[in-house]
Design a protein around this ligand. Structure first.
Ligand SMILES: Nc1ncnc2c1ncn2[C@@H]1O[C@H](COP(=O)(O)OP(=O)(O)OP(=O)(O)O)[C@@H](O)[C@H]1O
Ligand SMILES: [Mg+2]
Length: 350
């Protein structure tokens, strides 16, 4: 008799302002396999300022991704971030099971930004310390209106959102699935998206805090488009390095440097805030994911301006796949884009 290892499947769906990404993972024993991957760039303006300006276009693109990958899929893991989510950390007496849940929700209700009428609450126990008899709990509150709009859209696309996570946790999860966390190094996971940059800080080997900066690569995208008078498609190609022969290299680099100033200033503020609130005097390294990690010169520029070593995140580092299955994209070429969807899929397989 074979002692079969339990096999499970999950789909992570990441709806970003620039593109929708879908990742299907299989977990067998302790190992993960990438079973499907699809990325669809959205027309500019469909999602902006974290709002769905053209809901039908998003639904249409989600459906086309589903048709391309697995038309029978229903259950998906999705995430929210930015203005729709508030997080806060509390320290309280240790409890377990239902008693813990009750106490956590009671605490949450006492806290200012969480008006229980308007939000849906969730929590993660980050640290549970028998010595001090205290536990550290992260509260996550999603504004009901924001959450409902979001979930309705996914349901209207014919899918069933079985778990709703946050981008910040998805990135942390993608990191822990693929890397060993070094407790001696203060780490900033930075996912540089089109409109939002999600930052998750790890200290003493544990989640410390998260910060969503409302800026992303759109600043660079718009500057390149304006400088070289390119439409959306050609700007995207230029950023992917597919137009090298017709673009002035020095001007391209200079445009990226100037357009990144505001973004870098936002990251600096978030890092100083983290340092003062956590009492550390330095961040040892930044692990960079999102489309920003693929933009030419940008990682080096961030490293120089922030004076922090940068490593590009590979959320497929520990995930096997058959390269022949992927015709449209080579997964390793787009890997940094996949931190959120990989983290989402992996979370529901834990
Ligand atoms: N292969 C690539 N090479 C260079 N740049 C790329 C590549 N793929 C995407 N980008 C750039 O990355 C940016 C989009 O990043 P990303 O896909 O992480 O954003 P998003 O998840 O859609 O947005 P958000 O998370 O803010 O909602 C765009 O500016 C795009 O031009
Ligand atoms: Mg994103």
């Amino acid at each position: 008799m074979a002692l079969g290892k339990k096999t499970k499947l999950a789909i992570g769906l990441d709806i970003g302002a620039n593109s929708i990404k879908l990742v299907k993972l299989r977990k067998k024993g302790n190992s993960y396999t990438l079973k499907a991957l699809a990325i669809k760039e959205l027309p500019l303006g469909v999602i902006s300022d974290e709002e769905f300006k053209d809901r039908d276009a998003v639904i249409f693109d989600i459906q086309s991704l589903v048709d391309q990958t697995d038309p029978k899929m229903r259950d998906v893991v999705v995430s929210i971030s930015g203005h729709g989510v508030i997080t806060d950390k509390i320290v309280m007496d240790r409890k377990s099971g239902a008693e813990a849940e009750q106490a956590i929700l009671f605490e949450a209700e006492q806290r200012a930004p969480f008006d229980v009428e308007d939000v849906t609450l969730d929590y993660h126990i980050i640290r549970d310390d028998p010595e001090t008899n205290k536990m550290e709990v992260l509260l996550v509150a999603a504004r009901n209106e924001f959450l409902k709009n979001y979930l309705d859209m996914i349901i209207d696309a014919g899918l069933k959102p079985i778990v709703v996570d946050t981008d910040a946790f998805a990135i942390l999860n993608a990191y822990t699935v693929n890397y060993d966390v070094d407790p001696s190094r203060v780490t900033a996971l930075v996912d540089l998206g089109f409109d939002v940059t999600n930052m998750t800080f790890i200290k003493d080997g544990l989640y410390h805090s998260t910060r969503d900066v409302s800026n992303g690569t759109r600043l660079i995208f718009d500057a390149i488009s304006k400088e070289f008078r390119l439409n959306q498609e050609l700007t995207a190609k230029t950023l992917r390095g597919e137009m090298d022969s017709s673009i002035d290299h020095d001007m391209f680099k200079a445009t990226i440097v100037t357009a990144s100033e505001e973004l870098i200033a936002g990251l600096e503020v978030a890092i100083s805030y983290f340092k003062s609130s956590s009492g550390v005097d330095r961040v040892d390294w930044v692990v960079l994911s999102g489309g920003g990690a693929l933009i030419p010169f940008l990682p080096e520029l961030l490293q120089a301006k922030l004076s922090i070593p940068i490593e590009i995140c590979n959320p497929l580092r520990n995930i096997e796949y058959d390269p022949d299955m992927f015709v449209e994209f080579q997964p390793e070429k787009v890997a940094p884009l996949l931190a959120v969807p990989v983290g989402l899929a992996a979370r529901s397989l834990k």
